[in-house]
Design a binder for this molecule. Structure first.
Ligand SMILES: C=C(O[C@H]1C=CC=C(C(=O)O)[C@@H]1O)C(=O)O
Length: 378
């Protein structure tokens, strides 16, 4: 399908108030969409179904599924990117509504987090805020196009359900990628503004907050994975920001593990919650000035069945003998995202707090993160 027809189909789905998701995986060129044929709200708790899942920060709340079996899957042509107009949005950023009180509230939240760390309630907590922005571009599909053009290495999506709402985002963080037994994830944390080079020196505070994420993932998955590999930490560019990243991979031990178990032992990682998990999660839910819902939850393809060619050279022989079925899940942490409500975009931004955090710098980090998202709203 050509890209303009693809966009028309998702636009129609939105106009008819039917659930859908359209997305492009990191570094891929084709954009896919699940168009649900009815408006039923499907839920999942164990992540055993096949489809596209959107899960909240707090897994005790509802995770929504767009099931494969009740959706049409459409894919746009590979030349998609050339058809998206690419502009320079770098000089546009808008002001924060009620900046003085928003800033004061965030700084006092961070100070409270640092106090709790000093009282040994936890060693790290990720604290966030919601920022409303008045929309000049009101069509979500146009915003989605700008996200696609601006963030080629992110997981970019627009998700809609008439009973839940409309979310958009361009996240740099993978929660997990599984193909049959092969497992991959990443520990992503620490932020700097990109200034033309990835050759930067990280401070102890940032190295520590990222190491906490790596340690958490390794210790939670050690018993569920064989051939566990942990890469060296590297600097990764995400739009106009830089983060510290470690790749972690292994082979799932099917006797000791399952997708449900892996999700529940990983989510929410200290990249979005804290360490230890439960103490940080309670602090977040009691002290942040809004409810996270799907921000810092996860989303993506769940248990999709793929036909894989075993031997491309033997095409002339009866086809089905040379295909095998793979089950794949590709889940991403819902960061750098927003919810569209009426004529407003509600942006969600947070940052990791440790003992070494400076509240003003933490505020500035959320401003830099929100600016990367505001660029696509103008
Ligand atoms: C929680 C967010 O980012 C996380 C991912 C990368 C870097 C982060 C940081 O530097 O604090 C956060 O852990 C967010 O962008 O809202």
């Amino acid at each position: 399908m050509i890209f303009s027809d693809f966009l028309e189909r998702i636009q129609e789905q939105l106009t008819q108030e039917l659930p859908f998701v359209a997305y492009r995986k990191p570094k891929e060129s084709n954009v896919q969409s699940f168009l649900q044929v009815d408006s039923i709200l499907h839920k999942t708790t164990e992540f055993l179904e096949s489809g596209f899942v959107l899960a909240p920060f707090n897994l005790e709340e509802m995770s929504v599924l767009i099931p494969s079996e009740s959706s049409e899957l459409i894919i746009s042509d590979e030349d998609t990117l050339e058809e998206i107009e690419s502009r320079d949005y770098s000089n546009k950023s808008s002001e924060i509504i009620n900046e003085v009180s928003v800033k004061k509230n965030h700084i006092s939240l961070v100070e409270k987090g640092i106090e709790a760390i000093q009282e040994n309630v936890f060693s790290k907590v990720v604290l966030s805020r919601e920022e409303p922005v008045l929309l000049t571009e009101k069509n979500p599909i146009q915003i989605f196009k700008k996200l696609l053009a601006s963030y080629p290495t992110a997981f970019v999506y627009v998700w809609y359900h008439p009973k839940v709402g409309l979310w958009l985002g361009a996240t740099p963080e993978t929660l997990l990628q599984i193909e049959n037994r092969e497992f991959k994830t990443m520990a992503l944390a620490g932020t700097k503004v990109y200034k033309g080079t990835t050759d930067v020196v990280w401070e102890a505070k940032e190295l520590e907050e990222q190491q906490i994420v790596t340690n958490f993932i390794v210790s939670n998955l050690e018993n569920q994975l064989q051939a566990l590999k942990v890469s060296k930490v590297e600097t990764a560019k995400a739009g106009t920001l830089l983060h510290l990243k470690t790749h972690i991979s292994g082979r799932i031990n099917m006797e000791a593990s399952s997708l449900t178990r892996i999700i529940k032992s990983l989510h929410p990682t200290p990249a979005v919650c804290g360490m230890p998990k439960e103490a940080a999660k309670s602090f977040i839910m009691e002290n942040e000035h809004y409810k996270r819902d799907f921000y810092t939850g996860f989303l993506g393809e769940l248990n999709l069945k793929k036909e894989v060619s075993r031997n491309a050279n033997r095409r002339n022989v009866e086809n089905h003998a040379y295909f095998s079925i793979k089950t794949a899940s590709n889940l991403f942490v819902n960061l750098r995202c927003m919810q569209i409500k009426n004529n407003e975009a509600l942006l969600y931004i947070g940052g990791g707090i440790t003992d070494g955090s400076n509240p003003i710098k933490e505020w500035e980090e959320t401003v830099s993160k929100s600016e990367t998202m505001k660029k696509v709203l103008q």
